[in-house]
Design a protein around this ligand. Structure first.
Ligand code: SF4
Length: 148
């Protein structure tokens, strides 16, 4: 199995601390965080993904908005440049410790934050990064095993 993620969620997963739009959204995200932390791989998708799934029954779900697609495009460009790969539908990513560390560092330094412009969670995510990602729920397998 793989976790289906749209490009900007490659950034959001770095700072997920159990906060979100609704209790159902958080429950779903917690399940995804567990799967990723147990080593399940990621496949990039175009448009609504496994994280969005808990919101899609709402008639005004923001997941379909053009502004979210713009966020995806920016994240795909920045993460792709960082990881030296093309981040587009079908791309596969494994969150091994070195890769996660690289993504966290780039995010904390603002290298991959252009996609966050205008996001209502930006202050929270900046704070999580500034605190060294201490409370995040998506961890690499080695971090989980070591209890970091
Ligand atoms: S600021 Fe928004 S887009 Fe950026 S990582 Fe946080 S939740 Fe995701």
């Amino acid at each position: 199995m793989t976790v289906r993620l749209r490009p900007h969620h490659l950034l959001c997963l770095l700072t997920y601390v159990g906060k979100g739009y609704t209790p159902a959204f958080v429950d779903n995200y917690d399940r995804i965080a567990r799967r990723l932390s147990e080593g399940e791989g990621i496949v990039v998708v175009d448009g609504p993904d496994d994280v969005c799934a808990a919101l899609l029954c709402a008639p005004d779900a923001h997941c379909f908005r053009d502004s979210v697609r713009v966020r995806d495009a920016q994240a795909a460009a920045d993460v792709g440049e960082l990881l030296d790969m093309t981040v587009s539908a079908g791309a596969r990513i494994d969150l091994h410790p070195a890769l996660l560390a690289r993504m966290r560092k780039a995010f904390a330094e603002g290298v991959t934050r252009k996609a966050c412009l205008g996001c209502e969670w930006s202050a929270l995510c900046s704070g999580v990064a500034a605190c060294g990602y201490a409370e995040v729920r998506v961890r690499a397998v080695a971090e989980v095993c070591l209890g970091i």
